[in-house]
Design a protein around this ligand. Structure first.
Ligand code: APR
Length: 236
């Protein structure tokens, strides 16, 4: 029997309970780092060493972190749904929790790519040394973090929109809905498709969005329970 398509859009909040800083909460990354110096195309041009060090520090923090119960709950839902995760996060916690379809809108911390050829990408391992502006790939290219900086295009937004258009259920977890185009995804669901938003401090959402005001781990327990009890509302 065809499984319903569950499309989930996640932000930094789903990784908060893994000990990874969000960006805009109190004490978040953008309180401690000047975002346009460490995460923008201009900043990378101005001082690439500072940008490499910012991502080296975040990669080191990621290697100390584990997926949490919310990541695992999403992976578990693959038993009953075709689950597609669209994430703004650059961590690999969804993959490490067992999610099999993860689309990264803003890049991946554990990858680097050629400065001159964006399609040439190499994976880092936990043993990889920190990267610098002089880091070269196996092919000899100078390499950069495989991250979408501010002022850069988001090439994966088109496939992400297609996934949302096909969703039977759409869930947003742990994002302030402050950054486009990711924040606009919820406008692409078909009429009648249930939309949930799990966040302890939710941003404004359009009418009809079912807000679960809770942390990701608790919110996933509530959502999973709802999905089990209300199949008739989304099984086509
Ligand atoms: N569970 C769920 N949500 C949480 C939790 C938690 N335990 N803790 C915090 N949150 C929520 C906050 O209430 C907030 O709505 O997570 C959201 C975090 O928002 P941001 O810090 O703005 O992170 P995000 O929305 O992912 O940022 C989007 O901005 O800087 C860029 O590229 C960066 O991908 C990032 C993008």
């Amino acid at each position: 029997m065809k499984k319903p398509k569950l499309v989930v859009s996640t932000g930094a909040g789903i990784s908060a309970e893994s000990g990874i800083s969000t960006f805009r909460d109190a004490g978040g990354l953008w309180e401690n780092y000047p975002v346009m110096d460490v995460a923008s195309a201009d900043g990378f041009r101005r001082n690439p060493a500072l940008v490499h060090e910012f991502y080296n520090a975040r990669r080191r923090a990621l290697l100390e972190s584990e997926p949490n119960a919310a990541h695992r709950a999403l992976a578990d839902l693959e038993k009953d749904f075709d689950v597609y995760v669209i994430t703004q996060n650059v961590d690999d916690l969804h993959e490490r929790a067992g999610s099999s379809r993860v689309l990264h809108l803003h890049g991946e911390l554990m990858k680097i790519r050629s400065v001159s050829d964006p399609d040439y990408i190499e994976s880092l391992t936990p043993d990889s040394p920190d990267t610098t502006p002089q880091t070269r790939g196996r092919r000899g290219d100078l390499m950069r973090p495989h991250i979408v900086f501010f002022q850069e295009a988001v090439p994966m937004i088109e496939p992400a929109v297609e996934l949302v258009r096909e969703a039977d259920v759409f869930v947003v977890i742990g994002t302030s809905l402050a950054v486009y185009p990711a924040a606009g995804l919820l406008h692409y669901v078909r009429p009648g498709v249930p939309v949930f938003y799990i966040d302890p401090n939710p941003a404004q959402t359009p009418a009809g969005v079912r807000v679960i005001r809770a942390k990701a781990t608790e919110g996933m327990r509530i959502l999973t329970d709802w999905l089990r009890k209300h199949r008739e509302e989304y099984v086509v």
